[in-house]
Write a protein that binds this ligand. Sequence first.
Ligand code: COA
Length: 193
Amino acid sequence: MDELKIVRSSEKYAASYCETFDEVAKEGKFLSISGGYPLEDIIRFIRGCRDCGYPQFLLIAPDDRAVGWCDIVRRCDEPDDVGFLGVGIAARYRGMGWGARLMTATIDDARKRGFNEIRLEVRASNYNAIRTYTRLGFVKIAYQTDGVVTDGVAEDIWVMSLYSRRVRSEGFDRETFFRRFPKTEFVFRKSVK
Ligand SMILES: CC(C)(COP(=O)(O)OP(=O)(O)OC[C@H]1O[C@@H](n2cnc3c(N)ncnc32)[C@H](O)[C@@H]1OP(=O)(O)O)[C@@H](O)C(=O)NCCC(=O)NCCS
């Protein structure tokens, strides 16, 4: 397979990013929604990430189409230095190391922009993603029963986190965390097997 490239997101790739997101969402097993967003929402999201200084990178195929995305955004109810990671790659490009490379580029950029902790939510059944996240240093910090509901079907999720040394030594803010994740059953400071 020809070499792919990882680039900072821009409107140039909005249409193919929109299609790839839709494709992955419609697989119905991975994301929190079962279909994509309209193109204008994707364009707004790309601009919003750029304007707010949120890292967003795309995986580009030789035909210049975006076949994967990774972004790290803030949530208004979380501390400013906590970012939430979203990622996805078209099925035919998975399992070749591109996901790890795409996430590494995005996380490196997030660190430069002052993020001290990156969190994500992943379905408990998404073993491939969990393995990739674990290899990158993420640890499981919480388990939520029925954490995601798609098309009326509930599934448990893991919350995973990648801490910088500073956050690790200071500990995280439990109160904010439980406000954000009210259904969380237990939280571990360290990795949960
Ligand atoms: C999760 C996801 C982004 C991971 O990306 P990916 O490209 O498939 O992941 P990687 O290729 O980096 O790692 C997966 C496997 O490929 C292997 N791999 C890494 N480099 C490789 C290479 N050069 N050649 C062949 N295999 C390689 C890895 O070793 C890993 O397997 P292992 O952990 O058993 O060793 C991707 O699978 C995906 O988009 N899934 C669907 C959407 C999704 O789940 N999103 C996340 C929702 S929380």
